[in-house]
Design a protein around this ligand. Structure first.
Ligand SMILES: [Zn+2]
Length: 386
């Protein structure tokens, strides 16, 4: 019996021979690819599609006014496209962060701040404006409100707009005007011990100066609210008025040195007692011309109405206005041109016409009264009595 050697069917069964060259392995792979080329093509295509999907799709989370609405996958490139793709209608003034044109990333958060209405009053013009939360100045700039350097926004300190805000723009303008005005002069008083107390002398008259003032006028919404002097230019210096005032209170007359309160310059007239012996004419009612019904021969203070000699022991009698010269005062009356020496006198009477800086000098006889007339600029010293 012939024993046949066992034939090895090596093809297809013995895939991993211990010693197989790379060339053989390559040939096997090429053969496999040739046999299954269509399958490989579809596998490649699927892999490519998977990669494309992975890299082209984005995960987007949408927030509206801080609240999360949804998360979605999208192939949109930009925020704008995503919103359109999702059919989200926005007001043009709604604020979108990131901005509408921004490219989407792998994971993108989109925040939408819904616009709301605010009221803007610019001067007298009222506007209703839709805006998201933005700084006030940014909102005004976006709406075309230009603010001048002094313009003010009310409420003051309002940084960001809020829903229903009432924003006022106060238009503040400043302009300048100039005006000329007088500068008042001062009065300088100097003491003069050579001049009697009660007398004064103008040494130099005053003269006002001239100045130009620059005035800043502020208007708010066209109405003037403030006027302020911001600059002064002195065009002409004022000239002070200089007055000398007497301080001397010593009078030396008729060998006597006397002290006086003050000296007055008065208007003097004369009168008589109106008694039958005085020769005073009578009026229609039978009253004396000088004293009317008061012709009893006594003064208002009860002194006998006699002319007197003008000496210290026998002074002349005068009627005065007691508001200017107190009744009972001892006076020294300087000589009157055309009349002569008067001398010492006492204020003992009053008279209806003797008001203010007036004195009425008593004469015994009416003929002297007629001669006396009216004398201005009579100097009267009110003496101090020890
Ligand atoms: Zn008379």
């Amino acid at each position: 019996m012939e024993i046949l050697p066992v034939r090895r069917a090596s093809r297809g069964l013995n895939l991993l021979p211990a010693k197989k060259s790379f060339q053989e392995l390559g040939a096997t792979a090429i053969a496999f690819c040739r046999r299954h080329s269509l399958l490989l093509f579809y596998c490649g295509l699927a892999l490519l599609a998977l990669l494309l999907y992975h890299y082209a799709s984005h995960t987007v989370t949408l927030y509206v006014d801080g609240e999360e609405l949804f998360t979605a996958h999208s192939f949109s490139r930009t925020v704008e496209e995503f919103l359109q793709e999702r059919g989200i209608q926005l007001h043009p003034r709604d604020r979108v962060i990131p901005e509408r044109g921004s490219l989407l990333g792998r994971h993108t958060r989109i925040d939408v701040q819904k616009a709301f209405e605010v009221v803007v009053v610019d001067g007298n013009k009222l506007s209703f404006i839709m805006t998201p939360v933005v700084p006030v100045r940014e909102m005004l700039a976006a709406e075309g409100f230009e603010l001048g350097p002094f313009d003010r926004i009310e409420p003051a300190g309002l940084e960001e707009v809020y829903e229903g805000a009432f924003i006022k723009i106060i238009r503040v303008q400043k302009h300048y005007v100039s005006s000329r005005s007088n500068v008042p002069y001062e009065e300088v008083v100097r003491e003069n011990p050579q001049l009697d107390r009660g007398l004064s002398r103008v040494i130099r008259e005053g003269r006002p100066g001239l100045q130009e003032e620059l005035i800043e006028v502020t208007t708010e919404n066209g109405v003037e609210v403030k006027r302020e002097i911001v600059g002064t230019l002195l065009l002409d210096e004022p000239q002070a008025r200089i007055v000398e005032q007497g301080t001397n209170t010593t009078l030396e007359r008729e060998g006597r040195v006397m002290e006086f309160e003050r000296v007055l310059t008065v208007t003097a007239t004369a009168y008589c007692p109106g008694t039958p012996g005085s020769g005073c004419p009578l009026d229609r009612n039978g009253h004396a011309f000088c004293t009317g019904p008061y012709n009893n021969g006594y003064t208002y203070t009860g002194k006998k109405a006699v002319q007197g000699l003008g000496t210290l022991s026998s002074p002349r009698l005068v009627a005065v206005d007691p508001r200017v010269i107190p009744l009972g005062s001892l006076l020294y009356i300087e000589p009157i041109p055309g009349i002569g020496k008067i001398g010492f006198a006492r204020a003992e009477d009053i008279g209806g016409a003797i008001k203010g800086y007036r004195i009425d000098l008593l004469y015994d006889y009416h003929r002297d009264v007629a001669k006396f007339g009216l004398r201005r600029g009579v100097k009267v010293y009110i003496l101090k009595e020890k």
